[in-house]
Design a protein. Sequence first.
Length: 138
Amino acid sequence: LDDEHEGMKRMECTSTRQLFRLFTEHPQYKHIWPQFRQIPDSSLMNAVQLRRHASVYMAGLRNIIHSMSNEDELILQMIRIAKAHKKWNIHRRHVMTMLQPLLETLQESNNGQMDEELKTAWTTFFDVIADFIEIYRN
C-alpha cells in the first residue's frame, strides 16, 4: 500500500461515500460518534459532519501509510490512532467492519476491478490497525 497507488487517490475522493455505505449497512455505528446522532439518515450523505469525518479518516490512513518506512513515526501514528479509537470505545470489530465498505468503494472507483494482492494488502493493513487498538486498550 502506498499513497501513489491510483486506488488510494480515488479513495480520497470517495471516502464520504464509503462512510455513508457503512452507516447505511450498520446504522448503529452512527451512534458511536456524537456528531452523527442528530442527523437524519436522509440528510447524512450531504452532511458536513460526514465529509469532515471522511477527511479525518483518510488522513489517518494516509499518515500510517506514509510512516511505514520509519518505525518510530509508524509507532507514533499507530498510538495516535489507538488513542482516538479508545476514546470513542471503538473495538477491533468496528475497525474490521470498515474494511468491506473500503474494499467495495475502492473496487467501484477502479472500474469494478480488485486483484487479490490489493485486497490482501488492505485486509492485512486493517488487521494490524485493529490488533494495535486492542493491544493499546489493554
